[in-house]
Design a protein around this ligand. Structure first.
Ligand code: SPD
Length: 351
């Protein structure tokens, strides 16, 4: 059997060196680097955060995004094995724990856990934070361009106003969008009453001809001026308002949802140690402050506030007044009844 060698090309020593360097460049100098694969919400991990970790640890970080918790779950259930870091919200953490999809965190590798405000720890979805670390918190509401939408909306009912036909988007998110509709109807967004869910589904089907788009990345539509109003998460509304100052955000009088998004490691993660280093890095106050500056969601690390500009330390998009906080509900895993939410949502989307 004939073996190929660079010598068989008849190259001299210095030519051989160039040959090897050339091959290395083609294959990529980064070839030997470990890679951390992050699967998260769009607008959640900035280039700055990614590059900071890459430089310090000599690794590559690849970021891929999803639009809602159910898409993330479906990917993992379908056997996607490449992800090292995922960022499910509260109720989805409970579901993933039950489905045996999450790895237990090795706390020795994450000493910065001590930086987290205890208010965000030991929550109902992961009572001892065995699997999850809080990343950010926020709310869902209505983002609107005050130069177009007049009077200012204060109710979810504005999304059924014919006047705004084709001028607004709804979140592409089954629990959030059915949830907002349930609140409008005066029900809990965690209902497991089939009759209440049926009413919400029919209301959304009736709304269908008015909706321009179902989109979770609503800030993109608001910034581009493609919509004048959007069912939107608070940080994304804030990001849009940064670019278009006429954008406002309101939590409707019927109430809404609040959430904690978390950082978890899937059981199938190829680089668990590196993932824990990444989590520890995110929990450094100065890094965590950059997360808030970029995402415009709240920080769970109190010392991060020392690195934030004053206006982000207590902005009302992030910290609504107490009476509004009282109108908010957490989304909770509905167990077997979740199938009914999925079925209702599929029917709405199919119309
Ligand atoms: N652009 C980031 C959006 C993060 C939204 N978190 C969703 C919480 C869903 N309950």
């Amino acid at each position: 059997m004939k073996h190929f060698s660079v010598f068989s090309l008849g190259l001299k020593k210095h030519q051989m060196l160039f040959f090897i360097i050339g091959i290395a460049l083609i294959v990529g100098c980064d070839g030997g680097k470990e890679q951390l694969n992050v699967f998260t919400w769009s607008g959640y991990v900035s280039d700055d955060i990614r590059k900071g970790f890459e430089t310090e640890y000599g690794v590559n970080v690849i970021v891929d995004t999803y639009a809602n918790n159910e898409d993330l779950l479906a990917k993992l259930q379908a056997g996607a094995t490449g992800y090292d870091i995922i960022m499910p919200s509260d109720y989805m953490v409970s579901i993933m724990i039950k489905e045996n999809l999450l790895a237990e965190l090795n706390r020795d590798n994450i000493p910065n856990l001590q930086n987290i405000n205890s208010l965000f720890l030991n929550k109902y979805f992961d009572p001892n934070n065995t699997y999850s670390v809080p990343y950010t918190f926020g709310t869902a509401g209505i983002a609107y361009d005050s130069s177009v939408v007049n009077p200012a909306p204060d109710s979810w009912s504005v999304f059924w106003d014919e006047k705004y036909k084709n001028q607004f988007s709804m979140l592409d998110d089954q629990r959030e969008t059915l949830g907002a509709t349930l609140k409008l109807l005066g029900y809990s967004l965690n209902t497991n009453d089939p009759e209440e869910l049926e009413q919400a589904k029919n209301k959304l089907i009736a709304q269908r001809p008015l909706v321009k788009q179902y989109k979770s990345e609503a800030e993109e539509l608001l910034i581009a001026g493609d919509v004048a109003m959007a069912h939107c998460w608070s940080g994304d509304a804030f990001r849009a308002a940064d670019v278009r100052p006429s954008i406002r955000y309101v939590i409707p009088k019927e109430g809404s949802s609040q959430f904690i998004d978390t950082v978890c490691i899937p059981k199938s993660a190829p680089h668990k140690d590196l993932a824990e280093k990444f989590i520890n890095y995110l929990l450094r106050p100065e890094v965590n402050a950059k997360i808030t500056e970029f995402t415009k969601y709240g920080t769970c690390v109190p010392d991060a506030k020392n690195h934030l500009p004053k206006e982000l330390q207590k902005h009302e998009f992030i910290y609504p007044p107490a009476e509004i906080m009282e109108s908010l509900e957490w989304l909770i895993d509905q167990g077997d009844f979740t199938k009914q939410y999925s079925r209702a949502w599929d029917e709405v989307k199919a119309k």
